[in-house]
Design a protein around this ligand. Structure first.
Ligand code: UTP
Length: 405
């Protein structure tokens, strides 16, 4: 892109501030800035401002822990069979910045151990190995990273010999980036010749996976199901044969692991139907009325929260690969330069990130099976250093589940 073309693009989107320091840059920096302006989608800011509201919310039927216990052996057999046939793969979402944890390394490199090293990535691989042993079959694991942590993540896995997993079954791919803006929607500069960008949310995982070339691997290996999960739940059970089997046996095309809410206002997205299709209402979108609505038998109508562990049928994902997902505006601390070109390391949120979220993909599925798991055994999120959903609370839960720290 030439300077004139870059200027025209910036003017079109009211982002002229991006070229303020152009004259001070050397040739290499100029070229890099023009390339970044060319490849960055400025349209997200405008699109994020015009989002449609939610449709009509009604309850969805959940497969409860009791229903699962009654049919456990049957579901497990179906799931193990699919795994043995190589039809199931896992996708680890590790492209986030983990800003709340406050470490500059990839979140999965965080050490949960106390008397020994036990990294988050290692916890996840250990959990996956349980299934590998049971099925006597290695499961392909796709790891999503971003520009900010790709090399560091790959090096970490390689440096630790994949924590005992077979390296040829682990594949890395990068998600895309989106511009970060100030609170008024003006794109920030990270340096005089570099836009502030951040990973564009976890919603783009399937299109990034396919566009990275790994589509070939999925086809060649005959993978039919993808179990997608977050990096930061150290009790996460992935490629869980009982979950996989219940979705297959029930004739569903997608499933979501859910937990019963611990409090009416717990900060988890609630699974439901929206205009008759499966959907998730984020905790901040849940009205008091819905939060407290009850069935005639006295139980709560919206009582199950998602834990970012979903199963999707590849065939269905292929149909929606190009469907645009809603954009979410998130307030974040964004390192940038100020009016005078001096670096700023904010201590409070100073701008917006623009993200698409995997939970919105559920609404694009024609059906979904919410599958209840026991919170104490499968949900130990590591979002913060201390307090709720923290390193401290997750360590306690790991120990309760017999993991030596
Ligand atoms: P979070 O919503 O907790 O975001 O991610 P985060 O960036 O990791 O952490 P904070 O909010 O800055 O503290 C939930 C899951 O989605 C992944 C994360 O890696 C985590 O597994 N994710 C998030 C991505 O893969 N890409 C993204 O752009 C955002």
């Amino acid at each position: 892109m030439t300077f004139e073309e870059a200027r025209a693009k910036c003017e079109k989107f009211n982002q002229e501030q991006l070229l303020k320091y152009y004259g001070e840059l050397n040739d290499k920096e100029k070229e890099a800035l023009l390339a970044q302006i060319e490849e960055t989608d400025f349209g997200v800011i405008e699109r994020a401002a015009h989002q449609a509201g939610k449709g009509k919310i009604t309850p969805i039927k959940v497969l409860t822990a009791k229903d699962i216990a009654d049919n456990r052996a049957k579901y497990e057999e179906t799931g193990l069979e699919a795994i043995r046939q190589g039809k199931v793969a896992a996708v680890l979402l590790a492209g986030g910045m983990g800003t709340r944890l406050g470490s500059d390394k990839p979140k999965g490199c965080f050490n949960m151990g106390v008397t020994r090293e036990l990294f988050i990535f290692e916890c996840l691989i250990n959990n996956l190995m349980d299934v590998v042993r049971k099925a006597d079959k290695y499961i392909h694991l796709f790891v999503m990273t971003s520009d900010k942590n790709h090399e560091a993540t790959m090096e970490f896995f390689k440096g630790h010999e994949f924590f005992g997993y077979k390296g040829e079954y682990v594949h890395f791919f990068k998600q895309e980036m989106a511009p970060a803006t100030d609170m008024q929607g003006k794109i920030l500069l990270e340096e005089k010749g570099r836009l502030a960008t951040s990973p564009n949310g976890n919603g783009g995982w399937f299109s990034s996976l396919y566009h990275s070339g790994l589509e070939m691997c999925i086809r060649e290996e005959g993978i039919e199901w993808l179990n997608v999960f977050a990096v930061d739940n150290v009790l996460q059970r992935m490629a869980d044969p009982v979950f996989v089997g219940s979705v297959i046996d029930g004739g569903f095309t997608s499933g979501s692991k859910v937990i019963k809410k611990a409090a009416r206002d717990e900060k988890v997205g609630v699974i439901c139907l929206e205009d008759g299709r499966p959907s998730i209402v984020e905790y901040y979108e849940l009205t008091d009325e819905l939060m407290n609505e009850k069935f005639p038998d006295g139980s709560y109508a919206y009582d199950y929260g998602v834990i970012l562990n979903y199963l999707f049928k590849v065939e269905e994902l292929e149909k929606i690969i190009d469907n645009p997902l809603p954009l979410h505006i998130v307030d974040k601390k964004i390192p940038c330069i100020d009016e005078k070109g001096n670096p700023v390391a904010p201590t409070e949120p100073n701008g917006h990130k623009y993200e698409t979220l995997i939970l919105d993909m559920i609404h694009m599925m024609k059906d979904n099976l919410p599958f209840e798991v026991v919170r104490e055994h499968e949900f130990a999120p590591v979002k913060n250093k201390e307090g709720i959903d923290s390193v401290v609370s997750a360590r306690e839960l790991l120990q309760k589940n017999g993991v030596k720290l």
